[in-house]
Design a protein around this ligand. Structure first.
Ligand SMILES: [Zn+2]
Ligand SMILES: [Zn+2]
Ligand SMILES: [Zn+2]
Length: 258
């Protein structure tokens, strides 16, 4: 049993380390006692002496980035003593757009965007992980999602097998982040979707037996990376802007893809 710190709630007893945690030892009678306790862990975070001392001293901790909720998802918050109970408090920073589910504010943390009611008995379960396939969502992108729109198409997502792919993001009907792989409709067959894999922009109808559209543009042609803009120009205007090509083993030349 170790005497850690003065009890921040009654200011009379001391916090004593026991099996379950750190308990206030103030007990004069049934009517004059303190049952304040700091448990050994909160949201998967171990309460070290240092943290307990800080809690007793300042009634709050620093921000932790490694707390874990019941669904095993990480979140960041500080722990505060509120009404004699330890509760998580989120960063005060919120997105401009309210929660599309309940209309309350959506908190910004390093790893997540979460409705402020999420930890209020999960009255609202809006929870967006900022890391989506290796891409960290910006606050702007989160605003776009909450507004019911799709983010801009980007081609730097990483699959589980570490291959890049292209997609835009949107929230589905149950407010989960979903990928939309279609960059644009296929300019050749008009019905397929163009999506982007590590090597090429290609039509989804390449495996459709009736149509079998083999429209493909490599992501790199003669040493030149074909950007999204180049590709969209190509689809819409039939050719890209003039650009420098650097083929291996030959001189540079200027041209456009068409
Ligand atoms: Zn106490
Ligand atoms: Zn909400
Ligand atoms: Zn096609």
């Amino acid at each position: 049993m170790e005497n850690i710190a003065k009890c921040p709630v009654c200011n009379q007893g001391n916090l004593i380390e026991g099996a379950k945690g750190y308990m206030c030892n103030h007990f004069k009678s049934i009517d004059d006692k303190c049952s304040f306790t700091i448990f050994k862990t909160y949201f998967g975070k171990e309460m070290t002496w240092k943290i307990v001392e800080q809690l007793a001293d300042q009634k709050e901790t620093d921000f932790f980035d490694d707390l874990i909720n019941k669904e095993n998802k990480p979140f960041s918050a500080k722990l505060v003593i509120d009404d004699g109970i330890i509760k998580p408090h989120f960063q005060d920073k919120s997105l401009d757009t309210p929660c599309p589910k309940c209309g309350k504010q959506v908190r910004i943390s390093h790893k997540t965007f979460i409705c402020e009611d999420f930890f209020n008995n999960k009255e609202c379960d809006l929870y967006i992980n900022r890391n989506v396939a290796g891409v960290l969502l910006s606050e702007n992108e989160a605003e776009v999602l909450l507004n019911g729109s799709s983010t801009d198409y980007r081609i730097d997502f990483l699959s589980n097998s570490q291959k890049t792919f292209g997609a835009k993001l949107f929230l589905d009907d149950s407010f989960q982040v979903k990928f939309d792989f279609e960059l644009t409709k296929c300019p050749k067959c008009k019905t397929g979707s163009i999506s982007v894999n590590p090597w090429a922009y290609g039509c989804s109808n390449y495996k459709n037996d009736q149509i079998r559209c083999e429209f493909t543009v490599w992501r790199e042609i003669s040493g030149k990376k074909i950007s999204l803009k180049d590709f969209l120009d190509l689809c819409q205007k039939g050719k890209s802007d003039k650009t420098q090509f650097k083929p291996k083993n030959s001189d540079e030349y200027t041209g456009s893809i068409s």
